[in-house]
Design a protein around this ligand. Sequence first.
Ligand code: BGC
Length: 352
Amino acid sequence: MKLLMRISLLISISVLVSGCQEEAKLPEKSVFKEDETVQDEEPLKIGFAMDTLKEERWLKDRELFEQAIESRGLEVEIAAANGDDALQIAQAEEMIQEGIDLLVIVPHNAEATAAIVHKAHGAGIKVIAYDRLVKNAEIDLYVSFDNEQVGKLQAEEMLKLVPEGNYVYIGGAPTDNNAHLLKKGVFDVLQPAIERGDIHIIYDEWTEDWAPEQAFAHMLEALEINGNQIDAVIAANDATAGGAIEALAQAGLAGAIPVAGQDAELAAVQRIVDGTQTMTVYKPIQQLSERVAALAVDLAQGNAIEPTASINNGKSEVPSVLLEPIAVDIGNLESTVFADHFHSAEEIDGME
Ligand code: BGC
């Protein structure tokens, strides 16, 4: 009995206290401007629903996007779903319920995340697809690097080095629209050489969830099927390139066969310096995060935005902004990745 009374007393006190706090907070939230209307001064809140933090780049995305939003006086709520569709949907739903003003999403699955877009729109919240497109939903904006161009840069550099021979393509995750764009870019460039019979695609596989272990297994398989007769490897990103290079190393071929990747991850830059990876494609994440933050503020405030492209996602023509990726090899590491402080030369063995 006594205990019950004490609990109910405590509850009443805490209700009273929180009531007072609410009242105390009120003047901060609302101020009267000259025109006598009540202005809501609470900062806009942006939700950032990320797929994964597995690849190094996403840690940069998280940090730089948070900075870019906060430097504009806005708040940001961030969640990462570890490649789990159901979790990503639940995390975004929670943000919507908590009353975010705009949702920025890096979809794990291009199709599955359409459900989130519908939920957000139902609550009057606009959605920006960050780096990866959401398919079959009326998203408000898509901001990324030109992913077809990433693939083109890879294929152009490999074709220069290996104009004739056997090529292996280690693709990205089939559930990620970028993986399809990258592949299109690569094959658009390779096609004439394939038709001439100069190059042969002797192995071509997707990599579930961009997993390096699977890329490793695929590369081993490619080596085995072709009796090690491989002249070039194009991998959809540096993580998969790393897996492929491990398989090459196991066959005693690391450094002997050119390999292309993407992301300019620290490990890939190290491999470029070591000579086991030929090139990567650098995408300045700072540019992406800054651009999305600026556009997020505009969209959330209802300002007009100026897209640079329009991309059909199966449902609508999505206003899009595509940034330029940069091909990087040993010749321009200094003037790109290091000059931008994306990585510093001190982080790399053998650079002193
Ligand atoms: C991104 C790449 C990244 C990959 C795996 C793609 O959508 O564009 O930069 O390496 O996902 O996370």
